[in-house]
Design a protein. Structure first.
Length: 83
């Protein structure tokens, strides 16, 4: 799934316009959730600064952030802001 700004034309993607109209609300909900998760990653600022550790540790740090966000979700925190 991708929004209209997705730039990789060779990757298999599903966009909102490629779906039947009755699927648009579900697509919008899923994309909002995705953007909310992206925002949570940005709060850790891992992508803002130059990574100075060994490249092998990058995966571990990324996975730790994923686990922290998952714990927050499983603890009942509403991470999805729906208008």
């Amino acid at each position: 799934m991708a929004d209209a700004a997705y730039r990789c034309s060779t990757a298999p993607t599903i966009t909102r316009n490629g779906l039947p109209r009755h699927r648009h609300p579900k697509f919008d909900h899923l994309m909002a959730r995705h953007e909310t998760i992206n925002r949570r990653f940005k709060e850790f600022a891992i992508l803002r600064e130059k990574y100075l550790q060994k490249e092998a540790k990058h995966d571990l740090i990324f996975r730790c952030i994923v686990v922290l966000i998952q714990i927050e979700i499983m603890s009942g925190h509403n991470i999805l802001v729906v208008p």
